[in-house]
Design a protein around this ligand. Structure first.
Ligand code: FES
Length: 164
């Protein structure tokens, strides 16, 4: 050990704690350092979203064979209507284009929104009320595993059908 190192290790602040008070003082100081470091890590993470909205936009609806021609099925969790007719599959979002309430499908196939009274025809066109545009047609695809998949964030042109 060099004389300088000897001088440093002999200094009071590098001595190992001898008393309970020294030990508690060091423990408190290190706890404060660790807490500060964790707080800084947490603060640095704040600008990053912990949930990515795109991550759950794709919805598996089962295999296409599950739906017979003539199917009209509602998926409440995804606010989505799935239809199968002779032309193929199409899906219409039940989210009202006015302020986002859930439009209800009537027995005659039209939709109405209970919140402010918008009315839509069977393919989602606005027939009345404050809704500024038609109900959204949602993209349907078949995954490589053979699942019917709706992407609720992807709009397709009205009249687009998926032929399976
Ligand atoms: S939210 Fe549907 S009419 Fe207002």
């Amino acid at each position: 050990m060099t004389p300088k190192q000897d001088q440093l290790t002999g200094a009071k602040r590098f001595k190992t704690p001898k008393t309970r008070r020294d030990f508690l003082g060091l423990a408190a100081a290190w706890s404060a350092v660790v807490a500060l470091a964790m707080a800084m890590l947490g603060a640095m993470r704040l600008p990053m979203p912990s949930v990515f909205p795109e991550s759950n936009s794709r919805v598996k609806l089962g295999t296409p064979e599950r739906y017979a021609v003539g199917t009209k099925q509602y998926f409440p969790k995804h606010r989505l209507w799935l239809f199968r007719d002779e032309a193929g599959f199409h899906a219409i979002s039940a989210t009202c284009t006015h302020l986002g309430c859930i439009a209800v499908r009537n027995d005659d196939g039209t939709f109405h929104c209970p919140c402010h009274g918008s009315k839509f025809d069977a393919i989602g066109n606005v027939e009345g009320g404050p809704a500024p545009k038609a109900l959204v047609w949602v993209q349907l695809t078949v995954s490589p595993e053979g699942w019917l998949v709706a992407d609720t964030f992807k709009e397709v042109k009205q009249g687009t059908v998926l032929v399976v």
